[in-house]
Ligand binder design. Sequence first.
Ligand SMILES: *Cc1c(COP(=O)(O)O)cnc(C)c1O
Length: 395
Amino acid sequence: MNQRLEADTNMGTWRETLAASITRPEDLAKHLDVDPEAIKDVVGEYPMRITPMWMKLIKEKGDAIWRQVVPEPEEMADESADDPLHEDLDSPVPHLVHRYPDRVLFMVTNQCPIYCRFCTRKRLVGKPGFLRKGELDRVVEYLKAHPEVRDIILSGGDPLLLPDSLLERILKALRGIPHLELIRIGSRVPGSLPDRVTPELCAMLQKYHPIYMNLHFNHPDELTPEVKAACGRLADAGVPLGAQTVLLKGVNDDPAVMMRLVHQLLLARVKPYYLYQADLTRGTNHFRTSVETGLEIIKALQGHTSGMGVPHFVIDAPEGGGKIPLLPADYLVDLTQEKATLRNYEGKVYSYPQPESPPSIVAHSNGNGNGSRGRELPMVGSASTGCGIADAMLE
Ligand SMILES: *Cc1c(COP(=O)(O)O)cnc(C)c1O
């Protein structure tokens, strides 16, 4: 069985590789010790796809890979919302989410190379709903009427599952909009179907720069030599690569695993961008970790390894609040108008003096009630650094 999977990974076109993926419970049971009956309903509701590369990884590496793509009956036993981020409510035209002032999210397909069991868009992925010609026209029309949009993220589903010709049609249409500066593509393809990253695809993308990509990776074992090579081809085509990672119980909720992941990403020329707290999506709650877990991971990375390797830890706020960054509370011990008291990664405390405050703020902060005097005679009695203009005025 392994023999055949290896052959599938190395030969033929990426479409053949994708077609050799496992999508039916009874086929899954031929590879792994699962009861196909127990997951039939789950797969009916939330499709499964496991590429040959990922099946091989599951067999070699076990749980952290398994949990991401093998369906569990637990997915049906949870009553959370289908669309906790209210993406459907922030959608002015079909397939487009416009939540932030200057950037939009454009879902160009519902298909993915692998179906992550923790997917935020579980309500949509793997189901029919391709972008139609008329729908692309409507999106372009909307964008032309919104000159404030300067950044568009192609997502889905996975945009790299579109044939080159279709993807190029979208890119060409978007590049016809003068105020659209950046095009980003979010994809799990390089990490799960690396032969899709063909020289032809790279050459096509290169024509539409600046193109950025954020790739989805959750565990260091996903960075196989083939995956690193695919990332290298994109980087060689001038595509800056970032990584988005979801914090997942039993997969990567461990500082040591996360340290290995960010090192592997940097080796693959991918810069860790976001670490996401898991969303409240229905069918994914068994993956959630405490918020403290994410903060502990950031603490274990920041200062202890390359700053390049430290992602932003964010919670995408329920009900469309958008991404909110979180930092461990430890770093800023205290902040006054005089100084910031700081704690470094080793736990040592430092003091950073503030610049001399403008007069009105000094008067306000003295709390002595003598606001007008404060305004006329700035910095009276302050322990200033001694060379400011305020000292000169007093002489
Ligand atoms: C994440 C997201 C973006 C992009 O956010 P950045 O912080 O710029 O990466 C844009 N729109 C929506 C709806 C998003 O969820």
